[in-house]
Ligand binder design. Sequence first.
Ligand SMILES: Cc1cc2nc3c(=O)[nH]c(=O)nc-3n(C[C@H](O)[C@H](O)[C@H](O)COP(=O)(O)OP(=O)(O)OC[C@H]3O[C@@H](n4cnc5c(N)ncnc54)[C@H](O)[C@@H]3O)c2cc1C
Length: 352
Amino acid sequence: MYDIIIVGLGPSGSVLASALDKRFSVLCIDRKKESGGFMKPCGGLLAPDAQKALASLGLNLPKNVLVDPQIFSVRTIDMDNNLIKSYQRMYINLNRHRFDMWLISEIPDYIDRDEGIVTDISKTEKGYLVGYTVNGERKTAECKYLIGADGAKSIVRRFIKPDLKTRSYMSIQQWFREENPVPFYSCIFDSSITDCYSWTVSKDGYFIFGGAYPRKDSRMLFERQKESLMKLGMKFGEPIKTEACLVLRPTGLNSFFSGKDGIFLTGEAGGFISPSSLEGISSAVISGITLAEILNSGVKNPQKAYKKAVASLKLKLSAKVFKCPFMYSPSLRKLVMKSGVMTIPVKGNDKF
Ligand SMILES: Cc1cc2nc3c(=O)[nH]c(=O)nc-3n(C[C@H](O)[C@H](O)[C@H](O)COP(=O)(O)OP(=O)(O)OC[C@H]3O[C@@H](n4cnc5c(N)ncnc54)[C@H](O)[C@@H]3O)c2cc1C
């Protein structure tokens, strides 16, 4: 019997576990391993909001989570209007798996951790019973409070709120050896393929191409987009690795859910991700640390307090829905890009 079980040690679950008071007995369950096994598909770009969230925890990035090179502009490729413009971006280019493993390494030793896959949850008299498997062996653990920090496809969210249907996309990424003459980031808009967007990132000699596609026909759309980018001059060799997962894209305040009945949702499990850029690390960290502070405070009704505390995060993310037309409507985007506002001239960046 634990006070708290955390399902998922992405950025949200890890910062939460690290910040909880020693007086709680805590078990964390995540299927990730140091090497081999599940690795979160991600662009691995740490945006300024996420940098600020980590800074507020006094966390400084170790060198081994950084990749080569660090790039300070993004090439925006508008396939609808045949436009390419560069914008300054202050991202930190990371190895996402090493970043996640570093955050896990910060969790104090007195917190129990199992490398397992949660398969079922049931309500008990005292709280919740969590069933999971570790190397094929079934285990169970009981808790008073259950925390779902288990990302877009959260089993905890599906248990407590099966009817929540936040808009989601299938995100597919492929890794290639870098063959483009100069490493670069790009973000690609093509409304004939997806009403969301796609991206490329260069990391440690690899070129990663990914995108968020409507779930139906996602693989076909991914391949079709690759072909159109090849025609533009982008270089893809033989794919080394293909990865895919769901990504949520909130449409408004009702896309978020902070939990109920002793279950709390943090990070993407609660829907906390930007609908305009799909940047999710900052919201994962902020919601995780917010919940830790509330539980530590010993407040009488932590459920109500957490709901209240994440209201501003929900509002901030919902407000980004209004930014979307300027990014995703071809005619408005054309106006924005043609205006040249915020663009920077980068030598050779208007072609491949
Ligand atoms: C392709 C792609 C690219 C992205 N690029 C960026 C980017 O560059 N920058 C950015 O800020 N955001 C990016 N995002 C969004 C960002 O990755 C997520 O929003 C962020 O990781 C959410 O953090 P989290 O801790 O809530 O969940 P996650 O990071 O998804 O962590 C959830 C954890 O739960 C574990 N888990 C899930 N289910 C179970 C289970 N049943 N049993 C055991 N463990 C389980 C998983 O192993 C995982 O470790 C991207 C998303 C995608 C899909």
